[in-house]
Every structure is written in C-alpha cells, then in structure tokens.
Design a protein. Structure first.
Length: 404
C-alpha cells in the first residue's frame, strides 16, 4: 500500500472529526442561548400601570368671550402748537406732568401784537368820532329840509355817509377783536387735561404758526382707550349681545406676557366696516385708569365678554388632546382602572379651562397628567395611590427569583 495514500486518508479523517466537534459545540451554544432567552422572557414582568392625575368634569356658569390683540391708545391726544409767530418766552409745564385744561403751558413775546391791538383801537376811536359828527350833521339836514333850507338830495347823501361810517366802525370792531385774539394767542393753554410728553421747543426759540412739530404733546390717559381687532364673525355675535343686554359690554385688558389683569372697561365702538384685507373688525373700549396700569402704545390681550354659558361642562385645558382625527381626551373607567379615548367638541379654551359641548358628562374623570404614556385600554393608577402597586410588583419578581 502506498504510504502517501495512507497519510492523506488519515488527514481527511482527522478533519472530519474536528468538524463534527465544532458543529456540535455551536449547536449546543445556540440551544443554550435560546433557552436562556426564553427563561429571561418568562421572568419579564407585565407592563406596570401608568401613574396619572385626573380631574372631574364640572358643571359651572362660564363667560362667553372673544379675545383679540389690542393696543392702548390715549382717549385724546393733542399736539400743542403756537397759533401766532413769535419768540417763546417761557414754558409753564414740567415734562411728564399732568396738566389741567386751561392751564398756562407757554407764553410768547406779546409786544408786537399789543402794538397792533392799540393801533386797531385807535383807528376805531377815530372812525367813531367821525360817525358821531356825521350823525349830528344828519339831524341838521333833517331840520333844514323841513324848513326848505336844504335839498332832499343833501339829506340822502348825509344818510348814506352815516351808514358808511357805521359800517366802518363795525369793521374797526372786528379788527380790534382780531388783534385781541391774536394777542391772546401769545398765552398758550392746555386744550385738554392729560399727561405732557417731552418738551419739543426750548424757551428763546422763534416759533411759527406753520410749524409741524409743536411745543408738546398732551395725552389723556385717564380714562384711556384700547383698540383691538376680532375676526369678522364677531360682529354679529357682538351686535346680538348688545341688543340683548341693552348695556355696554365689558372688556378686560390683560398683560401680553404675564396675563395680569390691567383693567376692566366698556366697549365704545364697533367699527362700521370690516377690513377685507385681514378679515377683521376694529373695536374700541374705554378704561378708567387711575393707577396708570395701561399706557399708550402698550400691547394687551383684550377680552370682550358677550354673555354667559349657563351650566357649561368644563375640564382643565391640560386634559384636551389633539390628533389628526380631531380633539379628544382620556377618560378613566373606574371599574376596570383603564382609560379610553373619548372624542370631544370644544366651545372655547381660556384661562386654563375648556368648555365642552359634547362627548363628556358631569362627573367623568379625565386625565390631566401622564397622557404621553397612555393608549386606549392602558392600566392606570392614580398619583398618590400608586406607591403600593410598584412595591407589590417588585416583591413578586423577587420571590420568583428566589424560587429559582
């Protein structure tokens, strides 16, 4: 027998035996791992209940309102200007000071206008003297005509002269009054009561009636106004509410950032036209503002109260969930300690309270915290009552481990 053939056959036999050993080891390892995985799955506990917080559906009267973004505006705003030309002699107000209507706030140099007034008065006095003499002559001509010492033409001429001089004196009266008014304009008074702004002209400057900047701006801030807009469909709701109550509708102003109540006023204007560009209507409300909580130019949230929802179903805003299919909330089934997905119809949400039109009943328990872990049919446990449930689950798991 060939020695080379024997050696080759031996090598093949050894290789085959090694393959059998390796394959058997791999099979055993796979079987052992599968058995270990099955044992691990067998010991895995069931899903623990979801800890949640709930609130009951309440029945309460709720205000009906519409909310819009508003801007605080002074009730009246006046730019005080000089009505005659002249040098600004003095300013009678302090910047940022409250002034009263009629209070002197500036004075111009009056000397030029005083001279014009004196000139007009002198002209009137001269013409009044001429008129008095013409009237005396008219009496004389009247007497002479009666004595045939003067002609009728002379009498008529004198009557015309008297009438002319009467008109001249009336013109002089007008000139005097005009000069007096112009002189009075050198004393500038506040046309309204309100708060002054920054002084726009310093004393010593020459001011003109044609100046556009003026001397100061006075804003009336108590009472104060808020201009706000609402969608066009609010017009009919507002008109119906006005017709029903026969009283001014209340408007509340809240701070944009903190939602702090700044004031409560009344609706004074529903604009007579809807803005077709934005689809909104402008409204205006007046607010008493003794504490100056509202300031011109401030942005606020304006809430127009249209009425009251009697016995409305309400839930906390946190309970309201939204999906592609609509608005819903999780309702607790107390008998099975599970939750279900309940579609609801919303009326409005404001101040953390949602008014529900349908889908819930008074006393239903809705989930207000822990919704992100829930799905329909999930087991639940109320927060504050769930401490014992996890402990029990942990104890049973530990016992199973000890048994092994």
């Amino acid at each position: 027998m060939n020695t080379t053939s024997l050696n080759t056959g031996s090598r093949w036999a050894i290789a085959a035996a090694a393959a059998v050993v390796v394959g058997g080891g791999a099979l055993w390892a796979f079987s052992h791992d599968a058995h270990a995985a099955d044992s691990k799955d067998a010991k895995k506990p069931a899903d623990a209940p979801v800890v949640i917080k709930v609130a009951a559906v309440k029945v309460q009267d709720m205000p009906i309102f519409r909310v819009g973004i508003g801007t605080v505006s002074p009730t009246f705003s006046v730019t005080v200007k000089a009505r005659v030309d002249g040098q600004l002699d003095a300013v009678g107000f302090t910047e940022g000071q409250d002034v009263r209507k009629g209070q002197v706030i500036a004075k111009l140099d009056p000397r030029t206008l005083q001279a014009q007034l004196l000139q007009a008065q002198a002209t009137r006095a001269k013409d009044q003297a001429t008129l008095a003499n013409a009237r005396v002559d008219l009496q004389r001509y009247t007497t002479l005509v009666g004595q045939d010492a003067a002609t009728q033409q002379q009498l008529d001429t004198q009557k015309a002269l008297v009438a002319q001089l009467v008109a001249t004196v009336k013109n002089d009266d007008a000139a005097v009054n005009y000069a007096q008014v112009q002189l009075d304009f050198t004393t500038i008074t506040a046309p309204i009561s309100g708060r002054t702004g920054a002084r726009l002209v310093d004393p010593g400057n020459i001011v003109h009636a044609a100046d556009t900047t003026g001397l100061v701006v006075i804003n009336q801030i108590d009472p104060i106004s808020v201009l706000f807009t609402l969608p066009d469909d609010a017009v009919q709701d507002t008109n119906r509410a006005l017709a029903k109550t026969k009283k001014p509708l209340l408007v509340s102003a809240f701070a944009r950032t903190s939602n702090e109540l700044l004031g409560v006023g009344t609706l004074t204007l529903v604009n007579n036209q809807i803005d077709t560009t934005s689809g909104t209507v402008q409204m205006k409300a007046s607010f008493p503002n003794p504490q100056h909580n509202l300031w011109p130019g401030q942005f606020v949230n304006a809430r127009l109260v249209l009425g009251t929802y009697p016995k409305a179903l309400t839930i906390p805003e946190a309970a309201v969930q939204r999906s592609q299919s609509g608005v819903y909330t999780y309702v607790v089934d107390e008998a099975t300690q599970t939750v279900r997905n309940q579609t609801i119809s919303l009326v409005q949400i404001e101040d953390g309270v949602a008014i529900i039109n349908s889908g819930l009943s008074a006393g239903d328990k809705v989930v207000v915290d822990g919704q992100y872990k829930l799905k329909p049919g999930s087991k639940i446990v109320l927060a504050g009552r769930g401490a014992s449930a996890p402990a029990a689950g942990g104890a049973s798991t530990s016992a199973a481990g000890d048994g092994k």
